[in-house]
Design a protein around this ligand. Sequence first.
Ligand SMILES: C[S@@+](CC[C@H](N)C(=O)[O-])C[C@H]1O[C@@H](n2cnc3c(N)ncnc32)[C@H](O)[C@@H]1O
Ligand code: SF4
Length: 371
Amino acid sequence: MSGVRHLYVHLPFCAHRCGYCDFVTAVGRVGEHAAYAEAIVGELERERRRLAPDVETVFVGGGTPTFTEPAALRRVLAALPDADELTVEANPETVTPALAAVLREVGVTRVSVGAQSFDERLLEVLERVAGPDHVRRAVHTLRDAGFDNISLDLVYGIPGQSAADLEADLASALALEPEHLSCYELEAKPGTRFTHAHGAELARQAEAMEGYAEQVVETLTGAGYRWYETANFCRGRGGDNGRELRARHNLGIWRGHDYLGVGIGAVSTLGGERRRNLPSLGRYVAALAGGESPPRELEVLDAETRAVELLMLGLRLDEPLRLGGLEPVVDGGALARLVERHLVERVAGGIRLSPRGRLLGGAVTAELLSA
Ligand SMILES: C[S@@+](CC[C@H](N)C(=O)[O-])C[C@H]1O[C@@H](n2cnc3c(N)ncnc32)[C@H](O)[C@@H]1O
Ligand code: SF4
């Protein structure tokens, strides 16, 4: 193995827990940030031999990486390998000139800001700390510090949101001229306080989701963005002055490359094996402090599982998916029918979903897979 070229680093701490979120997070616990930073640097050292000499991307995600106590955040960032793309996720209210300067100093190339919405009322429904002005200020602060690759996350289908509200959110996001936008359908996780509180309205939003997705794609492609992945858009076709503005880290994962994840809850895919670090902060820190690997689950990925994953991920992209090696999991009859219904296109180098097929997404992919 020549080494893994994609590294994910999980910094789980958040100031507060947003009702809709089910990521691996830890609220507050500022007194534990330094010990966690030591542990994650320890895990990185243990795993460093797996990394290629030329790491392509590092993604520092959360949680809220930028909520991490500054010395602990610096400790982690300083321990990262050099990479062509180094992304850090930032919550708007945490972006100060001092933070932006630290991110620049350690070589961060891309910042992903969790805007979610620009509507005061909808941000309250989401239980966000940031208001619309925080989001705008964060982007301006990052620009002033010299960042030229900023991504904004938006969610849609928020309880109480109308199509006009979504249009206003998209317009507000576009006004900030981000290089990249991620627009996610709000997923309501069963059993959460949020789902319980907004049940009926979430059901109404679920009915409207397909229309919202179409609206997002029309508005953003109309504004010149490339719809390069189901939920992801970047400025300009073929980049901007030849720059790659797709999220290179995620692109690696969608193309089925191996990646290493460190930190609680982090997932790795390494040569046919999937590892998941368990989410317990205490057990993670204790294991690494004792010179041991963190507790994790292991799953062996057989050829069929890998092929299904490659198909499901690859068809999210606007680039052709090579069918070589995937034949055993593709239903030839279904492929022919989907081509006839203009949901799948045969193109040089393989197949891809048509724009309509991409909007239907998972349903088309499911039909394509042999039973
Ligand atoms: C790992 S989260 C954390 C980012 C950051 N802490 C924040 O809150 O902005 C990354 C992105 O996932 C999206 N996300 C989180 N929960 C979601 C949900 N239930 N449904 C859809 N998207 C979600 C949000 O857009 C968020 O910015
Ligand atoms: S700040 Fe982000 S990661 Fe933390 S709870 Fe809210 S959505 Fe989840």
